[in-house]
Design a protein around this ligand. Structure first.
Ligand code: CTP
Length: 400
């Protein structure tokens, strides 16, 4: 999403500048073209030379190119950019922007800017909470400026509170989300993805579960979000970090997953059930840890769980429903039957006994089956690639 984007980074005088050095470097690594402009105060923290080396371009910091000569070239920055990112944004620059002041290069370029502006406020908590700063932020928001809220934590001034510039990965994810929602081919679509395995408790310390890692579902959620979809990820327990810009709902049991899915379902356009849902749950959940018995065998009676996808399929109105079929035999026949029984538009079938497929692997070998009987076989590929291929098909088929 950031490839070939032209970003003007306005650096103002705050201690969080050190993060922005890394940010500019990472933006370039992701293929963005970056031009840096600095306020005079910012140049007291780091020299323009550092940003010049990192960005690969001369840094703009003054309207006067020498000998008091007015340099209009820098105003061209305002025309050049796809996006203006002010980071760190001090209380001072926010106040100037809110008032429309243009008394140095950064404020002048921002006043002339016709493309979107994102500000990343970073300052002492007192300054941030001051009614003047809050009112300036409100004014800027009302005028269409996007504010990436500062985080709470220990600040350079010794206090702990709100005002920290978010870490670089957070800012990058925010920017990706920003562009995705403007340009991604799934923008405007609401997608619900379920992932990982559900767990059914036996007693307070034990459960019945499965080997699903959540990798496939998380890859789909991340991919859809990077394409601009509004994604809700409903996940069973997983060691994975939820993708940025995705609303993640953590659940444990099948019933909890069903409740969460049913709640979001009426609103969503696309459902991808990648979760490995427990089909049965222990009938009686012991309130205390079950002690070892004298008998050699222990019997746990299990009751059938609701079939989430079947329930959703029966209530389908406009949603495009995608299921998964992890099989160890009769792959196509079993998958076909699931498409029919659960009223699916598409199913992703994989033989989990194959090398490089299924639970916990980073790759998958899948076939796509559709409600009209068509079958597509895909080569072995990473789960990220499977996610991309799957979403391509969803987009193409939804249009029909
Ligand atoms: N699924 C579900 N609720 C269940 C069981 C499965 O929503 N109680 C969903 C899965 O998330 C998957 C699809 O249904 O998208 C197929 O799951 P799978 O376990 O392969 O099939 P089952 O219907 O459970 O049939 P079986 O276990 O007999 O193969």
């Amino acid at each position: 999403m950031l490839k070939d984007k032209k970003i003007v980074v306005g650096v103002t005088g705050g201690i969080a500048i050190y993060k922005v050095v890394d940010l500019v470097s990472k933006l370039r690594k992701q293929g963005a073209e970056v031009r840096v402009m600095m306020t005079e105060h910012a140049t007291k923290f780091v020299t323009p030379l550092l940003f010049q080396e990192i960005s690969g371009h001369k840094v703009a910091s003054t309207m006067w190119s020498g000998n008091d000569e007015f340099n209009v070239e820098h105003i061209a920055l305002a025309e050049w950019a796809d996006l203006f990112l002010v980071a760190p944004a001090t209380a001072n620059i926010l106040a100037k922007m809110a008032c429309g002041l243009a008394d140095d290069l950064v404020s002048t370029v921002l006043l002339a800017a016709k493309k979107p502006v994102i500000v990343c406020p970073a300052m002492n908590t007192g300054m941030l909470e001051n009614i003047a700063t809050q009112s300036n932020l409100q004014t800027l928001k009302k005028r269409g400026v996007t504010v990436l809220d500062p985080e709470a934590g220990p600040l350079a001034c010794g206090v702990t509170g709100a005002g920290r510039l978010p870490e670089v990965p957070t800012i990058l994810a925010f920017l990706e989300g920003f562009f995705a929602q403007r340009e991604g081919d799934m923008r405007g679509l609401k997608v619900m993805v379920s992932a990982a395995g559900t767990r059914e408790p036996i007693d307070p310390v034990r459960f019945v579960g499965n080997r699903s890692s959540g990798k496939m579902g998380y890859a789909i959620a991340r991919s859809a979000s990077l394409r601009g979809a509004q994604v809700t990820l409903i996940s069973g327990p997983s060691a994975l970090t939820p993708p940025p810009n995705v609303t993640t709902i953590q659940v444990e049991t099948t019933q909890q997953m069903l409740d969460a899915c049913a709640k979001s379902y009426p609103e969503v356009d696309v459902v991808v059930m990648a979760a490995a849902v427990a089909d049965y749950r222990p009938r009686d959940v012991a309130t205390q840890k079950i002690k070892k018995q004298n008998e050699d065998a222990l019997t746990v009676v299990m009751d059938k769980n609701p079939d989430i996808l079947k329930t959703l399929g029966a209530e389908k109105t406009h949603q495009f429903l995608v299921g998964f079929a992890a099989e160890t035999q009769n792959l196509l026949a079993n998958a076909r039957e699931k498409v029919q029984k659960k009223h699916l538009d598409m199913i992703v079938a994989n033989d989990v006994t194959m090398a490089g497929a299924g639970f916990n692997a980073d790759t998958n070998v899948v076939k796509f089956l559709y409600a009209d009987g068509q079958v597509e076989e895909l080569a072995k590929m990473s789960k990220d690639e499977v996610a991309r291929e799957l979403l391509d098909r969803v987009l193409a088929r939804r249009k029909h």
